[in-house]
Design a binder for this molecule. Structure first.
Ligand SMILES: Cc1cc2nc3c(=O)[nH]c(=O)nc-3n(C[C@H](O)[C@H](O)[C@H](O)COP(=O)(O)OP(=O)(O)OC[C@H]3O[C@@H](n4cnc5c(N)ncnc54)[C@H](O)[C@@H]3O)c2cc1C
Ligand code: HEM
Ligand SMILES: Cc1cc2nc3c(=O)[nH]c(=O)nc-3n(C[C@H](O)[C@H](O)[C@H](O)COP(=O)(O)O)c2cc1C
Length: 1205
């Protein structure tokens, strides 16, 4: 995969290729350029376009103007910049592309023919990587250099495929099919769109059974040859196999080619072979040739008619079956007849016929070439055959049995043999791309608009500058590490980009199944190998004279559980690997314990994700728990590991959040335990390897305080840190932070388990091993809907009714909901709410509220996604370990409790927050078959290393609705998919603004309404929860779920009212202090009330909330003084609370230091709390004379905070 891998690197992709940056992107090292001009010029030269009018965009389409902005990106898109003819004229020094002289009459025809393979290779040897050749009056540019190929191959505004030459001749057969139409042709666009899904990995898996049956049938014919001791024309039989395969999977047709060894060639097959060969002949002759009264011209017409009539007949029969609702074969034809684009467009019969013929043209000969040449090379390389056989038996391929998807994917060595065959005997020797504008190639070579450029695939695959020892057949070139070191453009047997081969996976799967089955059953001996050559008169590298003897195999090796890697030269390494049985499943994993400290579920989700990852890798002893719940179990769990002889006795991974620097609720006991354990005497974690990932938020000055403490304590308790602690910032892209670390954690864990072993290996083998492990894990990656099973229930069912009784799920009622601000002046709103509660509370406590979504938004989302709101169902399985996220609505479901989707969407789903990665992945999945470019782009933003892209993405698509508006074609999400991907509503907390001594069975809240205005989009985004309170303002007796939660003990108002009290806040931070004041008012008679000061920041009089109430407190003497700071005062006097604190420094020092007063701070964490601390620090230093080094401790002692982000 293409990653920048280095902070100074950037991926640049050409406009139009954004969706496929992995294939088409180019990495540049930014340290090599001083400024944007130099960078732009290098990019221009790389892409072969003039840099002058080129601009850069980010992945979301915003222009990037400065070099600094470029530096801040991981990927940029280079847009525009095609060279004008004028610019080319200016460049007088352009070198001429060399080439052979050629004759007046024939041009260079005889420099290329009659042996195009060897003659073209020789041209490059003589003239270098760019050669001009004139064929039939057409001046072409040939190349064998990946550097130029990268520019030409991938379809852009500069180079693209144009149907001409031999391909144009093939149009006589392929007609309006996608192989023989131009990309701008609506036929290609429609065909490509409809056919893509039929070649998706999932669709191709479904063809495995047919491929396997046909390979078995081919084996039966081979058996007849063996019994009769007759030689086999391998190419003909491989063609029989591939023709039948595409016939069967394409349109359910059986040509009968594999019935028995003497079956004559089907007229369809010979007809098509004739047409294809004739196409090449026509392309080498002047246009008039086709018009001559030649037998070949009559025959071509006759053959095409015959093929058309066979296919048309099949189409009509199939349409008949469909119209009678009969069961139809699940093949390409049924698919083409049924499938429509999102706009409702389908293919007409003629086009379908042409697509069927196209698949037959493009899909049979290329694969039969590959299989024939593979068998030919293997016949001469017994070591490679032995390795293939070992893999075949290890994987468990059997005669007459359809291999499973897993088995097919495990045939990795065989895949390498196939890839090497595609290099060594490239089936499609060359592809052609036409320059769409005048342009300059690297090196300054001018190419005029309209020039046909030939990418000489075969020559490139034998280019000694690209391949070490290119004339040796070596499947080890395809070991992952070796492959990753080569340019992506150095091997293109299937071409690349939108006009690349649609059947690539189909062909590879077919070849893997075929080769494994043929090799398992027979040994192949090449007869007269020196006489084998290729046919230059067909478009593919078809073998000639390839005769072989097939003998039933008698020497199958015994299966081992060793992964086959190489036919191998490095025997020492091979031996080590063999001895250690390098299969992820056999890795002796240590026990794993995943612990979390989490209030709102993020850390728990991450711990779960990690746990399920190691389980999928094969670990069996895995425990996951909250830190506090684990405490009583710890001794037993760790003691059992102590006696282990493994290098890693036990791996402990802690994921924890922090709240105002203190542990989350379910980590408090653990914190006490680790703080109080005498680490010198007891080393309870000796032998345990640990890693810590902290969830925090940089808005808090106490960012990551508790996770850091955890990390240090675990080490002090005897544990061994095996990876530097990871940190995620919830104010940024915390999921992205986690994804980055997560891969490292899982990888390092595994590496560690094999520390000693890995150290004994070379770095090459070390990385090879990790690739195996990672690949394996990824292959087993869960689907989006794993872990949730539901059963829908019908209206007649008794539970259907109970699911509708939603009122019973609410425990509270909104009793008062009134405005606190002067909205006419402030244009903002703060609601005073009174809500009934069923639990006792104390001043300072919080109320946790579950907000409800606007039913209108619920309707729009459900309709857009194709969800039935009144679907009623019972969850029958909710396995949080298998769910893609434990922060999804699915994770919140209770097994056996009936529920409606409407209820869940109103109460449980976060419909207003930014779409999370899972939801975006779901969209990407849905788009795969509709708009692959969009799907790729969405996959890109959700990939682990695309933190920045994701950040930009959610800026653009702030809500799920905006995502839906951008991709309205995603309109059929299943209930399970929705539940598993949509994030659960996070409850909101509010400081209680009352005292139970004044309000008993109800609490009051002061809720500031979030109204985020995006001026660019001209949109207002309402806060999920505060918007809910605002929306229901006029409604009576609104029911909701609300629970009292206690605040940290430190934030309680002083019990003794004779303790001086200083309260500092801004905005709705006043809320708890309203409770404190009510409490002091109610208890005023108990003891003399000490001085009570409030420092309160507002913008101006308009948002001065609870003004009357505060005045009343002052009047009653409950509040000594309300010090109000207006930051946007109409009188021009602008102050923040910290300024008032400084003004009243002497008073503060006196109250706090001399009279034991307590100071409380409440409000948003962002700026205020930090500034207040700074101001207090100055007071302590300047008035109290406290040394700077002691200020922090002093503040810790007398100042408490309850701040929120
Ligand atoms: C202990 C505690 C006590 C609290 N006490 C009070 C209190 O007394 N009074 C009070 O008013 N609040 C209080 N809060 C804050 C309160 O819990 C909520 O955070 C607040 O009401 C906003 O919630 P919301 O659902 O309305 O907004 P949200 O929907 O959560 O939005 C919050 C912010 O995120 C932004 N945002 C949301 N989605 C996106 C997006 N896709 N892209 C960019 N930005 C986005 C919003 O514009 C907004 O600025 C307290 C919080 C805590 C933790
Ligand atoms: C080893 C086997 C194969 C090889 C080497 C191969 C190679 C190629 C190449 C090089 C192209 C690009 C041609 C060009 O630029 O003009 C191509 C296109 C194509 N291939 Fe294949 N192919 C193989 C198998 C298949 C199979 C099995 C199918 C169908 C089942 C198939 C269907 C197509 C189609 C439809 C196109 C045209 C795509 C388009 O232009 O939109 N190919 N193939
Ligand atoms: C009231 C409150 C206080 C917080 N205090 C801190 C803090 O002191 N330091 C910090 O790094 N993050 C702080 N955070 C951020 C959380 O730790 C962060 O959102 C984390 O992702 C929550 O993880 P959880 O969902 O597992 O509880 C605070 C969040 C809230 C709501």
């Amino acid at each position: 995969m293409l990653t920048t891998g280095h902070a100074n690197n950037i991926i640049v992709v050409r406009e139009g290729q954004e969706g496929n940056w992995k294939e088409n992107g180019k990495i540049f090292n930014l340290t090599e350029f001083n400024d944007l001009v130099a960078f732009r010029s290098a990019v221009g030269s790389h892409f072969g376009v003039d840099a002058k009018n080129m601009k850069f965009m980010d992945v979301l389409g915003n222009q990037v103007f400065t070099f600094d902005e470029v530096r801040s990106k991981d990927i940029v898109v280079a847009a525009g910049g095609a060279v004008s003819t004028e610019a080319m004229k200016d460049n007088a020094e352009s070198p001429v592309i060399p080439g052979p002289k050629g004759s007046l009459l024939w041009g260079n025809l005889y420099d290329v023919f009659p042996d195009p393979l060897n003659q073209v290779r020789a041209l490059f040897k003589n003239f270098g990587p760019l050669v001009t050749v004139t064929l039939v009056g057409d001046k072409k540019v040939y190349t064998d250099d990946p550097k130029y190929v990268e520019i030409m191959a991938k379809e852009s505004d500069v180079y693209c495929k144009k149907v001409q030459g031999a391909l144009l001749e093939m149009k006589a057969v392929g007609g309006r099919g996608i192989f023989t139409t131009n990309g701008t042709d609506p036929d290609w666009q429609l065909g490509h769109k409809i056919l893509m899904p039929a070649f998706s990995p999932k669709a191709i898996k479904a063809y495995a059974a047919d491929m396997s049956h046909l390979a078995d049938k081919c084996n039966q014919c081979f058996q007849q040859f063996a019994d009769a001791n007759e030689k086999v024309d391998i190419y003909r039989w491989m063609t029989n196999y591939t023709f039948e395969t595409i016939g069967k999977t394409g349109f359910g047709y059986d040509f009968g080619l594999l019935e028995d060894k003497d079956k004559p060639i089907h007229p369809f097959v010979s007809g098509m072979a004739f047409c294809l060969a004739e196409g090449i002949t026509r392309s080498k002759n002047p246009a008039v040739y086709k018009k001559l009264p030649l037998a070949s011209n009559y025959r071509i017409e006759k053959e095409i008619k015959m093929m058309h009539s066979i296919v048309e007949d099949v189409i009509q029969k199939r349409k008949h079956m469909i119209s009678r609702n009969e069961e139809t074969p699940k093949d390409l034809l049924t698919f083409m007849l049924m499938e429509k684009t999102a706009e409702g467009k389908g293919m007409d019969d003629e086009m379908i016929r042409d697509q069927v013929l196209t698949m037959l043209i493009a899909g049979h000969e290329t694969t039969s070439n590959t299989l024939s040449w593979a068998l030919f090379e293997l016949a001469q390389r017994p070591r490679i055959v032995e390795t293939c056989l070992q893999e075949i038996v290890n994987v468990g391929i059997e005669d007459g049995v359809v291999p499973t998807d897993k088995q097919i994917s495990e045939l990795q060595y065989i895949e390498r043999v196939i890839k090497e065959t595609l290099r060594f005997h490239t089936p499609v020797r060359a592809i052609s791309k036409q320059a769409q504008c005048d342009n300059v190639l690297p090196g300054g070579y001018k190419v005029n608009s309209g020039t046909n450029c030939i990418i000489a695939l075969d020559a490139m695959h034998h280019n000694p500058d690209v391949w070490a020892d290119p004339e040796s057949f070596d499947p080890d070139r395809w070991l992952p590490e070796a492959e990753s070191q080569r340019s992506l453009y150095s091997w293109l047997p299937f071409s690349i980009g939108p006009r690349g081969c649609i059947g690539r996976q189909f062909a590879i799967q077919e070849a893997k199944i075929g080769l494994a089955k043929f090799l398992r059953r027979f040994s192949f001996t090449a007869l007269d190998p020196e006489k084998v050559s290729y046919n230059p008169n067909v478009i593919t590298t078809a073998p000639v004279n390839m005769w072989m003897k097939v003998s039933p195999r008698t020497n199958l090796p015994k299966a081992t559980n060793v992964q086959v890697i190489s036919a191998g030269k490095p025997s020492a390494v091979q031996a080590t690997v063999t001895a250690l049985e390098l299969k992820p499943q056999t890795v002796p994993f240590p026990p794993f314990t995943f612990l979390y400290g989490s209030n709102s579920g993020t850390s728990m989700d991450y711990a779960n994700t990690l746990a399920s990852k190691v389980k999928k890798l094969g670990a069996t002893d895995v425990v996951i728990s909250s830190l506090d719940d684990f405490l009583p179990l710890m001794n037993e769990r760790f003691a059992s590991s102590a006696s282990s002889n493994e290098v890693i006795k036990h791996a402990l991974i802690v994921v924890t959040a922090t709240y105002n620097g203190t542990p989350p609720d379910n980590a408090e006991k653990f914190d006490v335990w680790m703080s109080n354990t005498n680490t010198l005497a007891a080393q309870p974690l000796a032998g345990i390897h640990f890693a810590v990932f902290g969830c925090g938020n940089k808005q808090w000055r106490t960012y990551q305080v508790f996770p850091s403490k955890m990390d240090h304590s675990l080490e002090a308790l005897g544990g061994t840190r095996f990876v530097t602690p990871g940190a995620g910032d919830a104010n940024d892209d915390i999921d992205g932070d986690f994804a980055g670390i997560f891969y490292n954690v899982s990888r390092i864990n595994l590496l560690l388990s094999f520390k000693e072993f890995l150290h004994s290996l070379s770095s090459e083998w070390r990385s090879r091993f990790t690739n195996v492990v990672d690949d394996e894990a990824d292959k087993k990656e869960a689907t989006l809907t794993d872990g949730l099973t539901i059963k829908t229930i019908a209206p007649q069912h008794s539970e259907w009714k109970s699911a509708r009784n939603t009122d019973s799920t609410y425990n509270s009622t909104i009793l008062v909901n009134r405005e606190l601000q002067n909205v006419a002046g402030s244009h903002r709103s703060t609601r005073h709410l009174e809500i009934s509660v069923d639990k006792e509370y104390l001043p300072g406590d919080h109320l946790e509220v579950i907000p409800q979504n606007d039913p209108e938004i619920v309707d729009v989302i459900a309709q857009g996604l194709g969800l039935a709101l009144d679907a009623t169902f019972i969850p029958t399985e909710v396995d949080s370990a298998s769910l893609a996220s434990t922060r999804s609505v699915a994770a919140s479901l209770s097994v056996g409790i009936p529920v409606t989707l409407r209820y869940l969407m109103v109460n449980r789903a976060d419909l207003l927050g930014p779409p999370n990665r899972l939801f975006v992945s779901l969209f990407a999945k849905k788009l795969e078959s509709i708009d692959s470019t969009a799907a790729e782009a969405l996959k890109l933003v959700t990939s682990p290393n695309s933190k920045k892209e994701f950040e930009l993405f959610v800026k653009k698509f702030r809500t799920i609705l905006e995502l839906m508006e951008a991709f309205p074609m995603v309109n059929d999400i299943s209930l399970n998919e929705f539940l598993c991907c949509i994030p659960a509503m996070v409850p909101r907390r509010y400081s209680i603004a009352s005292s139970p001594l004044v309000l008993k069975d109800r609490v009051s809240l002061a809720v500031g309404v979030v109204q985020d205005v995006d001026h660019e989009k001209k949109k207002t985004y309402w806060g999920q929860s505060s918007g809910f309170f605002y929306r229901v303002a006029g409604c009576e007796n609104v029911r909701l779920s609300a629970t009292v939660k206690s605040c940290k003990d430190t934030f309680r108002a002083p019990k003794d009212i004779s303790t001086p009290l200083i309260m500092v806040c801004a905005g709705t931070g006043l809320a708890p202090f309203m409770g404190f004041l009510q409490d002091r008012q109610a208890r005023n008679f108990i003891a003399p009330l000490a001085e009570t000061h409030l420092f309160f920041g507002c913008r101006n009089e308009d948002d001065f909330i609870y003004q009357a109430e505060l005045k009343e407190f002052e009047k009653q003497g409950v509040l000594t003084k309300a010090h109000i700071a207006f930051s946007r005062s109409n009188t021009g006097h602008k102050k923040y609370v910290q300024h008032l604190l400084m003004d009243e420094g002497v008073l503060l020092w006196n109250l706090m230091h001399e009279r034991g007063g307590r100071l409380y701070v409440c409000g948003a964490a962002g700026g205020m709390a930090k500034d207040v601390r700074k101001a207090l620090g100055k007071v302590a230093q300047q008035i109290g004379g406290i040394p700077e080094t002691e200020v922090a401790a002093w503040l810790e002692n007398c100042c408490v905070e309850d701040v929120w982000g």
